[in-house]
Unconditional design. Structure first.
Lengths: 339, 316, 342
């Protein structure tokens, strides 16, 4: 077992680290159908022009409130949703419209860990069969070799080997999430989309799973896209962080940049709204934004955050701000009046 | 809402066309034909052949279907090949008795099934629950002809309190009371099966609703348990019942065939059986068409009712 | 002068297919008028069952087997169901975790709001409606008249939780039990709801029992905190003492498990190894000893009582008791930091 003190996650990886996955103006729309002939009358713009680089070996945290499109991005990358526009490049190759046959070998490299450990595992399958299934399906192992692989995977995620004949429903939430991680690892992936992997777990169990994910990343050289609404988990695990609001990335930067010097008002609001586990800070100045997130079917004009922004100006209502990087550091905010 | 209904009605057209084509083929695949059924052993084959030719039975199927469809589009269902009466008139006479019987059975079935289903859910895993579930099982599995004959034996033959069949006293005045007396037994027979099936739906639906958070909210407000059940839970539990009741309407037509036969109820079911026996193609086709319309219509009605009852559902 | 709420050694049990299960085991605490008490713990620790025991909404299979609950000095444990109904929604009311499922989907907001107003305040028709509209306005809902006629599905999660708060406060309760009131909400909406609760608490003087797993929410809201583990209270202190100087190893573990936004590079979170033991199969001695880095033979054998180790600071831990006087308490408490369970 590795001691965690030995594995500092290096803050920003050097710029030279090669880009593993690149999103170029990615759009995922869901049509709204209405009327006599069910014609498309509009779109829910779940993801509306997102460009991101995910570098090899890093963890890119993706945060935002429900409905901001963060989960849709993860699902679109894995082609669980079809994109409406833009490109997804994996190791430089545009995989956006790969046919199923060509996508198949890539599926072993790109895996997903789901939020709900209770519904994402078939309760009537034995643990070893859950882990074997992807290996056999992709011809990565034979029945004979798969058994040894199962042991290796269970060791890696800290589930005793003796449990492999048990059914998924016999495990607690944290253990199931470990099994879900083991399943994702079974094909030796390079890239894992972690879609709110700890949100459904108890606090003390969250810490176990986050630590495990970090440890595995170090051991196996994994790259993560870590999607979450909880800032704590994102801060703990991420190298860089992208903040989303209504289908757009509003700010991107290294973990320290986002947490120490946020530029976008929405990022500041998010950080500020998070209840701090320190009663001495309860009197602190707080920015509480009013109202709800507008509907992604009909986003506001100009800057999408302008309806709730405490610093809104006239320009924000009409002109959409672009995500502009300052210098070469890559810290960028889509705000006319970035702080 | 109106656009929605219009769109659904528009979809009816190709569906009905498809159904009638399939029916036409199946009906014609059945051995025999109307002329053979009524053939007089003394009739010469030449005359029979001429008769067939005159009725158009020797035309290719596609031509026959075309002719049928053509007359249908003028609003004419054609003439019966066995009684020579207009099909529209034949069917028209039979439709009200079937609708009366169907509605009466459906209402009776719901009056039995809803309270029993709720009771069963509230008393889950108690003796009452087992009793109700057991009864519903019996109700579902008892054949209509058997229950019908048993009821006739008991109430008409032995006790003599109810008539054995028909819709009114022969030579009687056909007054309301008389008709109701005749309606009782067939209604009970049909309702038994429906109620048996519905009890389990109501029970399952109620059990699902009883787990919902909003009932805990109602209790935490100090609402009496009676109202928690009969106001907050019941309305939610009945929503899915609308769908299953809607599905029952076309089944009533089918279920009525046997029951109408047993009680000599002069409805669609009886007519169906008679026209099948005599290979009366135009009548069979008309009845099929009505059945198809009943299915599609009750589906549409179900969806409309559902959206009216559940504020969350907006048809579009 | 009695406290508003006195919970005295209650034991709540549930009948299950596999026998009787004790969910709450000897929980005692007091709540003064206007005070906010935070109850913290992870799923299955009994914090929600404790609150449902006070409301006596335990369902068919649950019952309070032992202990007493007093409201304003009057014992309510033995009250008839009809008397309990008069308390629910009027003297004590409750809001729940998931605003999406807590309102009845087939009745309007107005009808659900006026229901308890009619029941407890005996207001009818226009008067009840007027009071309901006032309540909606009070919880920060704009266009309250229109919202009265809306169905819940038209409202966002934050709006629904506001409606729930309006319902709960409509009959001026002395005590509001809030069971994870912001857990299902987004961060910015959570901040709005917490703000609203603080504002209304000042205006109405309602005492709040705030049940949550989120230490941030507790730090933000509570005057005093109870930490529960496996059906028992393991620590109780005022909120500052609890966060500054937690004494129970479980509390310390919980605090170590949350990533802090203001801390620099946290390389590893301290996590509590293992999982909560099942209620049917509690270990002897201290219930936490199987996961506790400080556990010794005494912990495995003897059940520690809740001990007052400093004024107002109660802890259920043998190690805390023996260490309290020493200069470096918990030197040994180098909590587990590895990812895997053992």
């Amino acid at each position: 077992m590795i001691e965690f003190d030995e594995l500092p996650i290096k803050a920003p990886l050097p710029e030279t680290a090669s880009t593993l996955l690149q999103l170029d103006n990615l759009k995922t729309y869901y049509p709204i159908r209405k009327g006599l002939l069910a014609r498309t009358k509009g779109y829910v713009k779940a993801v509306d022009g997102v460009s991101l680089d995910i570098r090899e070996g890093e963890t890119l945290g993706l945060v935002g409130e429900s409905g901001c499109g963060k989960s849709t991005i993860g699902r679109t990358i894995l082609r669980l949703e079809e994109s409406t526009g833009g490109a997804i490049r994996y190791r430089g190759e545009n995989i956006t419209s790969y046919p199923i046959a060509k996508m198949r070998p890539l599926r072993t490299e790109m895996q997903m860990i789901f939020q709900d450990p209770f519904s994402s595992l078939n309760p009537w399958m034995r643990v070893k069969d859950i882990l074997k299934e992807p290996m056999l399906a992709h011809g990565k192992a034979t029945n004979a070799t798969a058994e040894a692989e199962v042991d290796r995977l269970l060791d890696a995620v800290g589930i005793p080997r003796s449990y492999k004949d048990r059914f998924a429903h016999e495990f607690s939430g944290g253990q199931r999430q470990r099994i879900g991680i083991a399943r994702a690892l079974s094909l030796n992936p390079k890239f894992i989309v972690c879609d709110e992997p700890v949100s459904a777990l108890d606090v003390s169990i969250q810490a176990q799973v986050l630590n495990l994910l970090k440890e595995l990343q170090k051991e196996l050289g994994l790259t993560y896209l870590f999607i979450a609404h909880g800032l704590g988990a994102v801060k703990y695990i991420s190298t860089r962080i992208a903040v989303m609001y209504l289908g757009k990335v509003v700010e991107i930067g290294t973990r320290d940049e986002i947490f120490r010097s946020p530029k976008h008002p929405y990022t500041r609001v998010l950080l500020n709204a998070y209840p701090v586990p320190n009663p001495h800070l309860r009197g602190r100045e707080k920015i509480v934004v009013q109202g709800d997130v507008p509907s992604p079917a009909n986003p506001p004009s100009g800057c999408r955050f302008h309806t709730r922004c405490p610093f809104v100006q006239e320009r924000c209502r009409v002109e959409e701000p672009m995500l502009a990087a300052e210098g070469s550091g890559g810290h960028a905010a889509a705000c006319h009046f970035a702080l | 809402m109106l656009t929605y209904i219009a769109r659904r009605l528009l979809i009816f057209i190709p569906v009905l066309l498809g159904i009638t084509i399939i029916n036409f083929i199946i009906v014609n695949m059945a051995p025999g034909n109307p002329v053979d059924m009524y053939i007089d052993p003394n009739m010469s084959p030449e005359i029979a052949e001429a008769k067939k030719e005159a009725l158009g039975l020797n035309d290719p199927l596609i031509v026959q279907y075309g002719k049928w469809l053509g007359t249908l589009l003028t609003g004419d269902l054609g003439y019966s090949m066995s009684s020579y009466a207009p099909v529209a008139q034949l069917v028209g006479e039979r439709i009200m008795p079937t609708v009366t019987l169907g509605l009466a059975s459906l209402i009776l079935a719901l009056l039995i099934a809803v309270p029993l289903g709720i009771l069963s859910a509230l008393k889950q895993n108690t003796k009452i629950d087992y009793l109700v579930t057991g009864l519903s099982f019996i109700g579902t599995s008892i054949p209509n002809f058997f229950l019908g004959l048993a009821l006739i034996y008991i109430f008409a033959v032995n006790l003599g309190v109810l008539p054995t069949g028909g819709m009114q006293q022969l030579g009687g005045d056909g007054g309301l009371q008389d008709r109701i007396m005749h309606l009782i037994l067939p209604t009970i027979v049909l309702a038994t099966g429906i109620a048996g099936r519905k009890v389990r739906y109501v029970r399952a639906s109620m059990l699902e609703v009883l787990k919902q958070d909003y009932l805990r909210t109602a209790r935490s407000k100090g609402v009496h348990e009676f109202w928690v059940t009969n106001k907050h839970a019941l309305r939610n539990a009945l929503l899915p019942i609308i769908t299953v009741v809607g599905m029952e309407i076309p089944l009533l037509l089918g279920g009525a065939i046997i029951t109408e036969q047993i009680f000599q109820w002069p409805g669609i079911g009886q007519l169906t059986l008679q026209s099948m026996m005599s290979r009366d193609y135009p009548t069979i086709m008309a009845l099929n068409l009505i059945a198809a319309i009943a299915v599609l219509g009750s589906n549409l009605l179900t969806d409309i009712l559902y959206s009216a009852a559940d504020p969350r559902i907006k048809v579009s | 002068m009695n406290d508003l709420l006195e919970v005295d050694g209650i034991e709540t049990v549930f009948r299950t297919e596999r026998g009787e299960v004790t969910s709450v085991d000897g929980v005692s605490f007091r709540l003064k008028a206007g005070e906010t008490l935070g109850i913290v713990g992870e799923s299955g620790c009994g914090k929600s069952v404790t609150s449902l025991s006070i409301m006596r909404l335990l369902g068919k299979n649950g019952s309070i087997r032992k202990g007493e609950i007093r409201l304003n000095g009057r014992s309510i444990t033995g009250l008839a169901e009809s008397a309990m109904r008069r308390i629910r929604g009027s003297e004590v009311s409750m809001i729940f975790q998931d605003p999406m499922t807590s309102l009845n989907p087939v009745y309007t907001i107005g009808s659900q709001l006026t229901e308890s107003i009619a029941l407890h305040l005996k207001l009818k028709g226009k008067e009840a409606r007027k009071h309901a509209v006032d309540m909606l306005r009070k919880v920060g809902i704009s266009r309250p008249e229109e919202i009265m006629n809306e169905y819940p599905h038209k409202l966002s999660g934050g709006m629904r939780q506001r409606v729930m708060i309006a319902i709960a406060l409509s009959c001026k309760p002395k005590l509001l039990i809030a069971d994870e009131p912001t857990t299902a909400l987004d961060v910015t909406i959570q901040a709005q709801i917490l703000d609203l609760m603080k504002k209304l608490r000042e205006e109405t003087g309602t005492a709040i029992m705030l049940i949550t797993h989120d230490l941030g929410v507790v730090a933000e809201m509570a005057d005093r905190v109870i930490v529960m583990y496996a059906g028992q209270v393991v620590e109780e202190a005022d909120v500052f003492t609890l966060f500054d100087k937690p004494l129970h190893p479980y509390t310390i573990g919980l605090m170590g498990s949350i990533p802090h936004l203001d801390a620099d590079d946290e390389e590893a979170l301290s996590s509590i190894p293992g999982t909560v033991p099942p209620l049917q199969n509690m270990p002897p001695g201290c219930r936490f000893h199987t996961r506790c880095p400080l556990a010794n033979e005494k912990c495995a054998a003897e059940r520690p009582p809740l001990m007052e180790l400093a004024p107002g600071h109660q802890v259920r831990c043998w190690a805390a008791q023996s260490d309290i006087g020493s200069a470096a308490p918990y030197a040994a408490l180098n909590l587990e930091t590895r990812g895997a369970t053992t």
